[in-house]
Design a protein around this ligand. Structure first.
Ligand SMILES: NC(=O)c1ccc[n+]([C@@H]2O[C@H](COP(=O)([O-])OP(=O)(O)OC[C@H]3O[C@@H](n4cnc5c(N)ncnc54)[C@H](OP(=O)(O)O)[C@@H]3O)[C@@H](O)[C@H]2O)c1
Length: 228
């Protein structure tokens, strides 16, 4: 196959839980609630994938999440381990996320917070899994103030969850998809900066995900007006 110098790269997806109506996501570097069903949703969406987070969120987790490649953004070095990779700036974080997602044959990676990191990467995000927690007004020190206006984002699904013995509050999980997807591109040579065999996987990845214009394809769930 002829070598293409410019390639399309994976897409960034937010996954976040925030309070309704105040958009609070954290207090004292912890979540303000316990929602077991939402944690299960987070785990099932992100398992096997690349997740990108800020240093404070990493500290709040206390360890790299298993069965995921954990990319942690910090200006201070963090020692790499098997599934933990330090990124010293946002550009490096994106390059690492792209490279590791391509090596896994995946079209997306997840941005898992916190407030600073959500803000940093908004312009690269094509999909968002947003949990609105109906807990009323609460205090917090981290927010997710992003709107998903219907002229720019379609709602692919909305699922309501009641409060239960395992979930402190009722909540809704919405899946938003950007109507006009943003397609990032890179020069192939950029991947030489990362110590991976990504170039071996690139053509295969391009074949699977790099050709179609996702935003031009009909959204079958939306056409049927059914949640996925
Ligand atoms: N509800 C949810 O879904 C959810 C999800 C995730 C997190 N949270 C909550 O969010 C809160 C944490 O959010 P946060 O905004 O305070 O912190 P954060 O985004 O998790 O991490 C911020 C850190 O990222 C690093 N960073 C940010 N910009 C950088 C840049 N341009 N270059 C290099 N490094 C950079 C810095 O680390 P250094 O200081 O080490 O340089 C910075 O202190 C916690 O309360 C957590 O529980 C909630």
């Amino acid at each position: 196959m002829a070598t293409k110098p410019i390639v399309r790269v994976p897409s960034a997806t937010y996954i976040v839980a925030r309070s309704f109506p105040d958009n609070i996501i954290g207090v004292d570097n912890a979540l303000p609630w316990h929602l077991r069903s939402d944690l299960q949703h987070f785990k099932s969406r992100t398992s096997g994938h690349v997740i990108l987070m800020g240093r404070k969120t990493f500290e709040s987790l206390g360890r790299p999440l298993p069965n995921r490649i954990n990319i942690v953004l910090s200006r201070s070095e963090i020692s790499d381990t098997e599934n933990l990779i330090w990124a010293q700036d946002p550009e490096t974080a994106l390059l690492l996320a792209d490279a590791h997602a391509i090596c896994r044959g995946q079209r997306e990676f997840f941005i898992i917070g916190g407030e600073n990191v959500y803000k940093l990467f908004f312009q690269h995000v094509n999909e968002a899994w947003v949990t609105d927690v109906f807990c009323g007004n609460i205090n917090g020190d981290a927010k997710f103030d992003v709107d998903f206006p219907s002229n720019e984002w379609r709602t692919r699904s909305e699922v309501e969850h009641p409060a239960s013995e395992h979930d402190d509050w009722p909540f809704r999980i919405s899946h938003y998809v950007r109507r006009k997807k943003l397609h990032r591109q890179r020069m192939r040579e950029e991947f030489l900066k990362v110590d991976l065999d990504v170039l071996q996987h690139l053509d295969e990845w391009q074949e699977q995900y790099g050709q179609t214009q996702d935003s031009d394809k009909p959204d079958s769930a939306e056409q049927l007006s059914l949640p996925q």
